[in-house]
Design a protein around this ligand. Structure first.
Ligand SMILES: [Zn+2]
Length: 131
């Protein structure tokens, strides 16, 4: 059986990527200096928390807010032709696979802490134009 992480990496090669690390760092800095409260940023919707529990892909990264849990990743895909599946939650591999199959599809990867409800967009992948 193929390692799902390696499959996910293979899919990534077919997609352009936008990294949101800087935006995340800026937000975390605002909390450290008191410009924002933890409640402002640990606000995952109950549905997102449920998805994180059931389909979230475990990472080895500690939550940057509470440090008590490892983050999990979820994917959302938007594309013409996806119809009712637009905005559905997927595992990372499912989301990336789906995005490679649809022109101009976007796959948004969200990290979630199942402990404190921290959530943030980490990366967005866009399907490259075929041909
Ligand atoms: Zn946390």
């Amino acid at each position: 059986m193929q390692n799902p992480r390696q499959v996910a990496r293979g899919r990534r090669a077919l997609l352009g990527v936008v990294d949101y690390t800087l935006a995340k760092r800026a937000l975390l800095r605002e909390v450290r200096v008191g410009m924002r409260s933890r409640a402002d940023i640990c606000d995952a919707h109950p549905e997102l928390m449920r998805a994180a529990k059931h389909v979230g892909e475990q990472t080895r990264r500690d939550c940057p807010v509470c440090g008590r849990s490892k983050l999990v990743l979820l994917a959302y895909v938007y594309a013409d032709g996806l119809r009712a599946n637009n905005g559905r939650v997927w595992t990372l591999d499912q989301g990336l696979t789906l995005a490679t199959r649809h022109r101009n599809a976007w796959c948004y990867v969200v990290e979630v802490c199942r402990d404190c409800a921290w959530n943030h967009l980490t990366e967005a992948f866009v399907a490259r134009e075929a041909g």
